[in-house]
Write a protein that binds this ligand. Structure first.
Ligand code: EPU
Length: 417
């Protein structure tokens, strides 16, 4: 397994191009199951989760060609309704095949994703939604078995805002008979991106970007050519790295309108953030001010940026409170940051952080993608050497992270162990 070794203390400077968004690419690649013929996707990030998605689609009978950041998928040969445990356990987002498989093959058998290190992550709302559309849904030997001769439009109210739940039901409803209304739908940019792709394929979805989606079912969809939107979490991670190291970094090819809450909070910490078209420049301030953060669904502050901001707060002047309201166990990074000298106390879903003058490098490890990213950030600003173990999680969601940081002047390298 690879490790990443960082010698901290270099202010990051220069330009970095933001890759396509993981959480948009996964559902959009999976939406190819809804049409026959080649769908073409550009700006697809080079990630382990994208490789797992391709493997999953091939398992269902799709043909895939890939060159550079372009991926072509033809689901004309869709013939297998089962997503086995070995594929689903690698990547929870595999559950997104459930809606498309029932819509296209009238049945699906998908391994139930277990909990993961950040929380129990149930999929009850996906299943309730599918049942409301008329599917028979059962849990059998660790698998979700769902079937429906015909899916019928229905009114669905989500008790919680769920990103992949909204995406799954949207993909089932586009091919259902009649009208589906999803209330309390997720409004994340990745959900919007998927809805727009589905409409380009011929679906009829209204209310995109709002919490009420109205979907008029159609009998078939056609292949599309689309570009994956920029990754707002990768962008946010690089923005924090500039503020943290007192650097001056310009992000290219990002979508600033998706980053409003992150930009707002970063400015409050003292960083100077300038937006110009599709680029964002971040210059570290004289010092880092402490701020409070509460994670909430979009357009609120994203849970996927909580760990990175905690690193910033660890060396801020004063006391900060971070409340995590989306996932019940998303403070995995805290114990590792403490080992690097951070002063953080946790009570339930609240972390209380007293800024310290500096962090010190240490061997660290995390079992979650964003927690791992926060350890890289901590390593970039810490005194001495940090070794981040279990890089597997980072590779699931960050395209060439060490190369990009290295181009910004960081002393960072990947080593095989
Ligand atoms: N929830 C339920 N029942 C459900 C579904 C969700 O109770 O059926 C709860 C969850 O337990 C959680 C909350 O609702 O407390 C929100 O979960 P959501 O379903 O929105 O999360 P997700 O769809 O599984 C996606 C992203 C995550 C991101 C969250 C929140 C993808 C592939 N994953 O997960 O991304 O943190 O939305 O924005 O889109 C990451 O990229 O590191 C990551 C974890």
């Amino acid at each position: 397994m690879d490790n990443i070794i960082i010698e901290g203390g270099c202010p990051l400077k220069g330009e970095v191009r933001i890759s396509g968004a993981k959480n948009a690419a996964l559902p959009i690649l999976i939406s190819s199951l809804l049409a026959d013929g080649y769908c073409t996707y550009s700006n697809v990030p080079n990630l382990k989760d994208v490789e797992s998605t391709k493997e999953l689609l091939i398992n269902h009978g799709a043909k895939i060609e890939a060159e550079g950041d372009t991926v072509k998928i033809d689901s004309g040969g869709l013939n297998n309704h089962e997503a086995p445990y070995d594929l689903v356990r690698k990547m929870r987002a595999s559950i997104l095949v459930l809606g498309p498989l029932v819509a296209r093959l009238k049945k699906a058998r998908v391994s139930l994703p277990g909990g993961c290190s950040i929380g129990a992550r149930p999929i009850n709302l996906h299943l309730k939604g599918l049942a409301a559309l008329g599917a028979k849904v059962e849990l059998v030997h660790g698998y979700v078995e769902a079937s429906a001769e015909v899916l019928k439009g229905a009114e669905i109210f989500f008790d919680a805002v769920t990103v992949t739940g909204t995406e799954n039901i949207m993909m089932a409803a586009v091919l259902a008979e009649g009208t589906t209304i999803i209330r309390n739908a997720a409004r994340e940019p990745e959900v919007v991106a998927l809805a727009e792709v589905l409409n380009k394929m011929g679906a009829k979805i209204e209310g995109i970007g709002t919490s009420v989606l109205t979907i008029n079912g159609v009998s078939s969809l056609k292949p599309v050519f689309v570009s994956i939107i920029p990754d707002r979490i990768e962008a946010g991670t690089f923005m924090v790295s500039a503020g943290l190291t007192g650097g001056d970094v310009k992000l290219l090819d990002c979508e600033p309108s998706h980053l409003e809450s992150v930009i707002h909070k970063l400015r409050l910490t003292g960083s100077i953030v300038t937006v110009d078209g599709n680029s964002v420049s971040v210059k570290g301030g004289e010092s880092i001010s402490s701020i409070d953060i509460k994670t909430i669904p979009y357009p609120g502050f994203p849970t996927d940026m909580q760990a990175q901001f905690m690193v910033l707060m660890s060396i801020a002047k004063g006391f900060s409170v971070i409340s995590e309201t989306i996932f019940e166990n998303r403070f995995i990074h805290v114990s590792e940051l403490r080992r690097m000298g951070a002063d953080i106390k946790v009570s339930g879903n609240t972390a209380m952080i007293t800024g310290v003058p500096a962090l010190s490098g240490a061997p660290v490890m995390a079992t979650d993608l964003r927690a791992s990213a926060s350890l890289i950030l901590a390593g970039l600003v810490a005194k001495g050497v940090t070794r981040v173990n279990r890089v597997y999680h980072l590779d699931r969601g960050y395209d060439s992270i060490e190369k990009k940081f290295s181009m910004l002047g960081a002393k960072i390298k990947r080593v095989k162990v």
